[in-house]
Structure formats: structure tokens, C-alpha cells
Ligand binder design. Structure first.
Ligand code: ZN
Length: 351
């Protein structure tokens, strides 16, 4: 492959969605000069009496959280989807709609208000994965729940107002369009080659070793070739695993370890608790076999050059294609060069 293409403006193809991203590396020809601005963050207490997610606290609808000690999930008090909505279709000329039903849950990762995934132990993250696994199985068995979206919004800039470590699960009747795009590509490849598209992709990435950040026994963390967000990161199993329900205990620990180490690296980029939207895409629960599926976890962090400079998807990106300046390889080099120890634990030595 010509290396020139990587230093000149080019478009990269996303094999998972069929979409393109415009890469403009000439805009950052100088070496990485990301400022290490220190952002003063309020230290969070381990327990906050005003937090509606802390153990034992009363939520806004009057329900009281149990004094949970392990990851805890409950039905969202203000859900975007409701369970018992009868299926209806509406069609009038060019206007089309259909009713949607589902169950939305909140998952508290830890009883400790002050923690985030990178600061949790591998054992504690494994328990979060076990709860995601349980929810995937239980929600997926419910008639009319065909897709389960696990996600986390972390940080004010991602619209998350509560710092308590938590994520959400929205499960629903229809399969969302981001997942449908990927499913089409995964299935086309599977039908043609009888191999997983992402297994072949991981194999190529490990061989090239240009975008891989971390690798352990079962998982790889990398900057996808087609990444849109500056430090977009993907964690995926090396061998095809269709959904979280298939993970055994050893694989769950391996997954927890790479989640911890990847999020430590992300926090260390600007020495802040790195904001992101994280989501897991996995096989739908619509009763089909889905041999083509290869689950993966994606982090979409909005920050660009410093803790205070955010990337905006506006203008050309709203009307044409997403665009990035830092290449995926530069982002991977930056992240690889960072310490494996969380910045907050490094600092204590300096006091
Ligand atoms: Zn809390």
C-alpha cells in the first residue's frame, strides 16, 4: 500500500457501515503538540446524598435504591420507550410511521459515587460485564425485544449530568439503523467467505500493528482504520463472539482487563476523566441465528487537541461526510505512548 495516501487528503471506507470518512492529515503535518492543560476537577465523594443513583437514596419517582454492593440495574424512571405499546403502522401518502415498544434500564456500575471504569478493579468491571450479560439474556428472551443497546455517556460534554458511574440499556422491538448497517455488511461477508468480517479485520490489524493499542489473550483495542472521532477506539474479541451472552468467565475477565486498560489510556491523553459515548453492538435477539455477528465495543470521545477543545460535527460533516485531521495511526501512536497507570494515581507520588 502506498504510504502517500496516508499523508495526503484521502477518504477511508468503513467496512462495517459502508460509509466514508474524509481524512486531512496535511492539516496536522507538524508533530503532535497537544497541550497538556490541567483541568481542575471536583473530586467526587464516595457517597453523595443528592445523587439519585447512590445506594439507599430516593429517586425522583419516589423509589428507593437498595443498599447495593455490586452493579445494580433498574427500569429507567423516565424511559424513552414503553413496554406495552401495541404495534401499529401508519401510512398516508408519503408519510410513514410505526409504533415502537421497549424497555429502558439504568445500570449502576458501582456503589461508589467517585469511581469511573478506569478506576474500578478488574473484578468489579467483570461484575458489570456479568450484569450486562444477564440483562442481554433476560431482556432478549422477552417477546417483542429484538435488539439490546448497551451504552454509557460519560462526562458533561456528552450530556451526562450525573457523575455516578452508570450506563444504560435500551431494548426494543425494532433493530436500530446503525446496527442494521453493520449487520448487512457482516452478513454479506459471512455469506461469501464463511468467516467473520471483524475476525479477518483484527487479523490484518495485528499483522500491520499500526493502529493496535492493547492486546490481551482474547481481545484487541485499536483505533479503527475508518475512525471518525479523533480518539475513537474499538475493543473487539479476536475470535468471533456474537454477543455478550457467549462470554465465559475467563473471557469476561479478559474483556474487563482491556476495558480498564483502554479507559486508563484515554484518561491519560489529557490527564482528565475523558468524556465519551461508549456503546456495544452485538447480535440482535430476534430469534435468528446471526452467525455473522462479531460483537464490539466502541468509544466515541469528542475531544480533539486538548481537554478544552472539542470536535464538532458541523458544516461539511452534517451535509457531506465526517472529517478528521489526526489520522487513526497518529491517534494510536499517541495513546500507545501513554502510561498504563492512571494519571490520578501517578500524581500522588508528587505530593
Ligand atoms: Zn452517586
Amino acid at each position: 500500500m502506498s504510504q502517500d495516501i496516508n499523508s495526503n487528503p484521502h477518504r477511508r471506507y468503513n467496512i462495517l457501515t459502508g460509509e466514508w470518512v474524509l481524512v486531512s492529515p496535511h492539516r496536522t503535518k507538524r508533530p503532535w503538540q497537544g497541550k497538556m492543560e490541567k483541568v481542575c476537577l471536583d473530586e467526587q465523594p464516595q457517597y453523595d446524598e443528592t445523587c439519585y443513583l447512590c445506594p439507599g437514596n430516593t429517586r425522583s419517582n419516589g423509589d428507593v435504591n437498595p443498599k447495593y454492593e455490586k452493579p445494580y440495574s433498574f427500569i429507567n424512571d423516565f424511559p424513552a420507550l414503553l413496554k406495552d405499546i401495541p404495534y401499529e403502522q401508519f401510512s398516508d401518502g408519503l408519510l410513514k410511521a410505526e409504533s415502537e415498544s421497549g424497555i429502558c434500564k439504568v445500570v449502576c456500575f458501582s456503589p461508589d459515587h467517585s469511581l469511573t471504569l478506569p478506576l474500578m478493579s478488574i473484578e468489579a468491571i467483570t461484575e458489570v460485564i456479568s450484569l450486562w450479560q444477564k440483562e442481554y439474556k433476560e431482556l432478549g428472551e422477552i417477546e417483542g425485544i429484538n435488539h439490546i443497546q448497551i451504552f454509557e455517556n460519560k462526562g458533561d460534554s456528552m450530556g451526562c449530568s450525573n457523575p455516578h458511574p452508570h450506563g444504560q440499556i435500551w431494548s426494543q422491538r425494532s433493530i436500530p439503523q446503525e446496527v442494521v448497517k453493520k449487520q448487512v455488511k457482516l452478513k454479506t461477508y459471512w455469506d461469501k467467505h464463511k468467516r467473520s468480517l471483524l475476525e479477518d479485520y483484527v487479523h490484518q490489524e495485528l499483522e500491520l500493528d499500526q493502529r493496535v493499542i492493547i492486546e490481551n489473550e482474547f481481545f484487541v483495542a485499536l483505533i479503527p482504520y475508518w475512525a471518525i472521532w479523533p480518539y475513537e477506539t474499538m475493543i473487539l474479541p479476536k475470535k468471533k463472539i456474537a454477543h455478550l451472552g457467549e462470554l465465559n468467565e475467563t473471557q469476561k475477565q479478559s474483556f474487563a482487563e482491556i476495558i480498564k486498560n483502554t479507559t486508563i489510556k484515554l484518561d491519560n491523553i489529557f490527564s482528565i476523566s475523558f468524556p465519551y459515548s461508549m456503546g456495544i453492538h452485538q447480535a440482535p435477539t430476534d430469534g435468528e441465528e446471526h452467525q455473522e455477528w462479531h460483537f464490539h465495543m466502541s468509544f466515541y470521545p469528542p475531544l480533539l487537541r486538548s481537554a478544552t477543545v472539542k470536535k464538532f460535527m458541523v458544516g461539511y460533516e452534517m451535509f457531506a461526510d465526517p472529517q478528521r485531521d489526526i489520522t487513526a495511526e497518529q491517534a494510536a501512536d499517541t495513546i500507545k505512548s501513554l502510561s498504563d497507570i492512571h494519571y490520578s494515581l501517578q500524581k500522588t507520588n508528587n505530593y
